[in-house]
Design a protein around this ligand. Sequence first.
Ligand SMILES: O=C(O)[C@H](O)[C@@H](O)[C@H](O)[C@H](O)COP(=O)(O)O
Length: 248
Amino acid sequence: MSPLPERAAPRVEVHPDAHALATAIAGELLHRLSDAQAAGRTPHVVLTGGTIADAMHHELTRLAPASGVDLGEVELWFGDERFVGGEDADRNVGQVRRAFLDPAGVPARRVHAIPATEDASDVDAAAASYAQELAEHGPEEFDVVMFGVGPDGHIASLFPGFPQLAEETATVLGVRDAPKPPPERVTLTYPALRRARAVWFLVSGEGKAEAVAAAHAPGTTKEQIPAVGLTGTEDTRWFLDRDAASRL
Ligand SMILES: O=C(O)[C@H](O)[C@@H](O)[C@H](O)[C@H](O)COP(=O)(O)O
């Protein structure tokens, strides 16, 4: 892997409400995908779970047909996954499938799901398997990496104070005892997630306002608010609604 290039300073973009936020992010994502395809690249995107991401996926499905983006030529990855059964409603990939992949007709071969409990003996085996998939089929740089942000500032399954935050070699790790259920998860790490042209945080609601403010306060560390540790090479953006931005 080549040395890390320059990083883009974080910018904040505030939208009136969650719906407007979801629409704006979907539109921006389709722009990025369209530009990448026009430049002759098959873009790679890291998806996330959560409420605002779900709303954004529905908007993607609605807006994609008129965008000119070829959804057959986009590689989709996941920033983290709950280590549960493949059909469990808790799986991020299931949520994305229902809102976007199935209705928009994204080919299964483009979707890189993190192993479920029937595919791996434990979280470490699942992480090793996804790391191998990433090494074999992943890009040098993702086009867009998206994150929901928890009220505690967690992104993917990187939780405040957890050892995964210190990882500088492995691209994917297992997590046990996560503070948010389910306790067993698989997460990409900073070394994988920072290989990104664009890093976007998708945040909605008053319950996130404190974490958003802390992430933007001088001196906050990634051990306190894991979202602090990540920037893209071209674009680092906090997509907020008014409530999430209310303490900035
Ligand atoms: O792994 C999880 O338990 C969740 O997916 C979580 O990481 C989520 O992405 C954020 O908490 C934002 O979620 P909301 O958009 O629903 O607030």
